[in-house]
Design a protein around this ligand. Sequence first.
Ligand code: KG4
Ligand code: ZN
Length: 336
Amino acid sequence: MRVLGIESSCDETSAAVLEARWSLRSNVVASQADLHAPYGGVVPEIASRRHVELVTLVIQEALDQAGVTLDDIEGVAVTNRPGLIGSLLVGVAAAKGFALARSLPLVGVHHLEGHIFSNFLAEGGPELPAVALVVSGGHTELYYVRGLHDYLILGRRRDDAAGEAFDKGARVLGFGNGGGAALDRAARDGDPKAVPFPRSRTDNPLDFSFSGVKTALVRFAKENAAQVPVADVAASYQAAIVDVLVEHAIQAAVRTGVKRVLVGGGVAANSELQRRLRAEGEARGLAVSFPPLSLCTDNAGMIAAVGHSLLDRGVRSGLDLETFARAPLTEKVYSF
Ligand code: KG4
Ligand code: ZN
């Protein structure tokens, strides 16, 4: 089944054509980052207006790059949760329009499931069970992936997401709105042991809390910034976040007894997280998988992959498909 995927949950307008189950023909992403940069964060009203301008153009580009027309599309998959409501509505309205006009099956997709499926796309299929670490601007969660579309919660964020901590760190250290990617670059030549930033612990050892390290950085920048090279501060701050992500992901695999760790979401692009988790995984005989950069950050390819799998199982959404700002991937908690 050839599936058109649409993603517009935040500030990326994206469309993709999935040729067969794990085979992408195109994956076009139009980022609005420059548009929001002067405001220091995504402005929901601006995001939805831009999605309206871009969505049909991006869909056409995805069809062109795949060398197909709408006549060749057999199903439509769209992110309908979680995300900015105004942004989600644009993609969902477009998807409904195509589905209605062409009498195509439609399915709503959970954004986080997309980030997990990025790994399956990259590897040509799932090998399960596995532990999945989903780390993005809005999420930091650990799941036990028991089977396809079958998730149990292992750990979740108590306050800020890891990506938020990276974004804040980048602003405090003078990298503007470059986010985690800019901090990652700056940290490359720095000493991660220069500043002892705190590694936060919570009562559930697999939960995450990054507000403490964020506050510690703000305080450090006010009081001591002049004495320490910025690369060293960036490397130390990044290490404090990465240490916790790596430790919890490894612990999750060890405690559940699975041999695979999947990572998804924008922060999966972090070079230090990749290096450390791969090394720790190798030392413990765990297979660690990161999607390629183009599938780490928000994209419609991952949404098309989830959609294909759901459509294949007969899951269908009606033209009354709703959008949700918040929606857990699952309510089921893993019990040890
Ligand atoms: O998944 P994503 O594109 O959007 C959300 O669903 O939130 O993730 C965006 C997040 C941002 O917080 C950004 O700073 C972070 O991913 N990010 C990185 C890197 N590249 C993107 N964080 C750390 N290191 C990177 N190289
Ligand atoms: Zn995302």
